[in-house]
Design a binder for this molecule. Structure first.
Ligand SMILES: [Zn+2]
Ligand SMILES: [Zn+2]
Length: 367
């Protein structure tokens, strides 16, 4: 029975424990399911946080890897994509890591924010390794019935998509929350994978100036390649950074500020970069990094500012991220964001490289 084969997977047994490669049995595929040969799976900043036990609800041991690209290996019964086109063995696909959004709860049906559905499960994060091949750091991935897969369109290679990866999908959601318009001035705090894709999307969306604030210098140089018109290094004190942003925006501050930095103080600093009546989106605080101080009178009330959180992504963000990457792969260097590629045996080194910021993006290539 080919479906009872075993496949190698990098298993994270618990917080701060070294990952080990184990053999995990393939599932018996029910109709509606599929099995993928994993081509690439991303090493996201979230994986570093999970490795340090900083995300609630992770059922260790897990197979990490929430954004992945694979080739369909087995397909017991026909499945169609969102456009009604059937998938076939050999198709190169990605999928929404969120699975099992219930369409029955208050969040799903009344407030229509499926990213807050409590029933949702996430590949590589809230599925345990004992439940099967449900994380991308493995030779094979089990697409359970109902997982939303999509083919990579013509012109989009797997490396470009995974180079954008989770950060690009998050950036699509964050820029949507920001209500970006042509000619808006945009300041982006953070030059990691999310910040880089926010910069690219802002530039593609007609923003100007697009100001990147981050470190180190190599990431700021890359931010220029992604579309930043100006960059500010974190060596510049926060008050001076705010002064530069005000100088670049007619003394008013940016129309849109997007925080993708992760440090709590970046939220307070971001409020100081926005113009009166501007809009700020916070998407860099995905894990709990602690508290910060905000001056409600000066930074919120008097400023008449809109502040939006941004939690997770739904299929619309993944779908549009894939289309945007396909149409703009020739001019946005997502592919070059991948600083290093690792085997399953090297998963610990991959995590270390991302944590130490030696690379902007690391990917696992299991085979
Ligand atoms: Zn629900
Ligand atoms: Zn991620």
């Amino acid at each position: 029975m080919p479906s009872r084969m075993k496949f190698a997977a990098a298993v994270m047994a618990g917080p701060n424990e070294a990952l080990r490669v184990e053999q995990v049995p393939a599932p018996d595929l029910e109709p509606g399911a599929a099995l993928l040969d994993v081509m690439y799976s991303e090493v996201c900043g979230t994986d570093v946080h999970i490795h340090h036990g900083r995300l609630a609800g992770v059922p260790y041991p897990i197979i990490p890897g929430h954004v992945s690209v694979g080739r369909i290996r087995e397909l017991p019964a026909p499945i169609e994509d969102v456009n009604g086109h059937p998938f076939a063995v050999g198709d190169v696909v990605t999928f929404l890591d969120v699975h099992g959004t219930c369409n029955r709860c208050y969040e799903c049906l009344v407030t229509k924010q499926t990213t807050r559905c409590a029933k949702r499960r996430v590949y590589g994060i809230t599925y345990g390794a004992r439940e099967g091949l449900l994380g991308g750091w493995a030779e094979a991935l089990w697409m359970k019935p109902g997982v939303h897969m999509m083919r990579l369109p013509e012109g989009l290679d797997a490396e470009t998509f995974i180079g954008g990866g989770c950060g690009l999908v998050t950036a699509v959601h964050a820029v949507e929350r920001a209500g970006l318009r042509l000619g808006h001035s945009v300041a982006v705090l953070g030059a990691g994978p999310v910040g880089q894709s926010v910069i690219a999307l802002a530039a593609l969306g007609g923003a100007n100036p697009v100001i990147a604030i981050g470190a180190p210098a190599s990431r700021l140089a890359f931010a220029r390649a992604m579309g930043a018109t100006h960059v500010i290094d974190l060596d510049t004190p926060p008050e001076e950074r705010a002064a530069v942003v005000h100088d670049l925006t007619g003394g008013r501050g940016a129309d849109i500020v997007i925080e993708a930095a992760g440090a709590p103080e970046a939220v307070s600093q971001g409020l100081d970069l926005a113009r009166d009546g501007g809009r700020m989106v916070v998407c860099g605080q995905y894990t709990d990094s602690g508290l910060t101080t905000i001056h409600p009178h000066a930074q919120l009330n008097r400023k008449h500012i809109e502040v939006h959180g941004c939690w997770g992504s739904d299929f619309s963000h993944l779908y549009r991220a894939v289309q945007i990457a396909a149409r703009n792969a020739h001019r946005v260097p997502w592919r070059e964001m991948i600083g290093a590629t690792y085997s399953l045996d090297e998963a610990n080194e991959a995590l270390r490289a991302v944590e130490k910021r030696e690379v902007t993006k690391a990917v696992i290539r299991p085979t």
